[in-house]
Unconditional design. Structure first.
Length: 287
């Protein structure tokens, strides 16, 4: 994993490197509206309850500009070197970087130390903008997210034509985060698109209800349950505080039933008989 990250650091433009060396407190930040950093642990659920396997850790960061494609280059410089942030295709006002997956938290922290200072330098036709932040300390959740009870097994082959109850495990925030939220998303693997997104739920949320028809029959899906602690840290020389996120993310997969449940077929048959009887009565009346 470290070799992949080292290669990423090596892909730094000469312009970004030269600008990082000349970074000074007097440089403006006019086009920079917000900066954040996230440190996330990724896990996968394979059965009911806490049947969760850790996959690794990743670091990510974003810089929000005042307009789409405002900057030509955006870089973040830390103890491990400089990485390039690129404009998101769906939202070109946001420039982002995400590391590859590290095998452990210690590996991630070695590449991106929590107590270090990170300098952000963005260049445009009108000149450079810069800011910096120092995270300081970890503030991870104190519990692992997963689908509680029998939710995981209930989803396997579930009838998409009925409402679906999804139960969450308890979120122990630890009590020191500025804010704590739960995020639950479902991605339709068959269609290649997001079909459900419940975000910024209170940390006390115990689950959600998926309405009938939210999911399509015979499709494969992936879900992610995210417990997120958030902190605001000072960003010297700017008019905003930067945000730090400490996330525990658990994902899993399931498929919906390809055909309606037997009870649905029975009801459909009863309905068809009713229509047929009504039609015959109508013809008799007309005669």
């Amino acid at each position: 994993m470290r070799s992949i990250l080292t290669a990423s650091f090596a892909r730094v433009s000469a312009l970004s490197l030269a600008a990082a060396v000349s970074l000074a407190p007097g440089v403006a930040h006019a086009g920079i509206e917000f900066v954040d950093q996230f440190r996330s642990r990724f896990s996968t659920q394979t059965g009911d309850g806490p049947a969760v396997t850790d996959l690794g850790y990743a670091f990510s960061t974003r810089l929000f500009a005042s307009a789409p494609n405002f900057y030509n280059t955006v870089g973040m410089t830390g103890p491990g070197g400089t990485v390039d942030l690129t404009a998101d295709v769906s939202n070109p006002s946001v420039y982002s970087y995400g590391s590859s997956l590290f095998a452990s938290k210690s590996d991630m922290d070695a590449a991106f130390p929590i107590a270090a200072t990170y300098d952000y330098l963005a260049t445009s036709g009108s000149g450079p903008d810069a800011t910096s932040l120092t995270p300081g300390a970890d503030d991870y959740p104190q519990s692992t997210p997963y689908l509680a009870g029998t939710t995981y097994s209930d989803l396997q082959g579930v009838n998409a034509g009925q409402a679906i109850q999804v139960a969450f495990s308890s979120f122990d925030t630890g009590g020191s985060a500025s804010e704590s939220f739960i995020f639950f998303t479902i991605f339709d693997l068959t269609l290649g698109q997001s079909v459900y997104d419940a975000g910024f739920l209170p940390a006390t949320t115990t689950g959600v209800t998926l309405g009938a028809g939210v999911l399509q029959a015979g499709h494969s899906f992936s879900y992610e349950l995210n417990f997120s602690n958030r902190e605001l840290v000072s960003t010297p020389g700017t008019g905003f505080d930067s945000q730090l996120g400490f996330d525990y993310r658990t994902s899993g997969t399931f498929s919906t039933s390809a055909v309606p449940e037997p009870s649905t077929l029975v009801l459909a048959g009863i309905g068809a008989v009713g229509i047929l009887v009504s039609s015959r009565r109508g013809r008799r009346t007309a005669r």
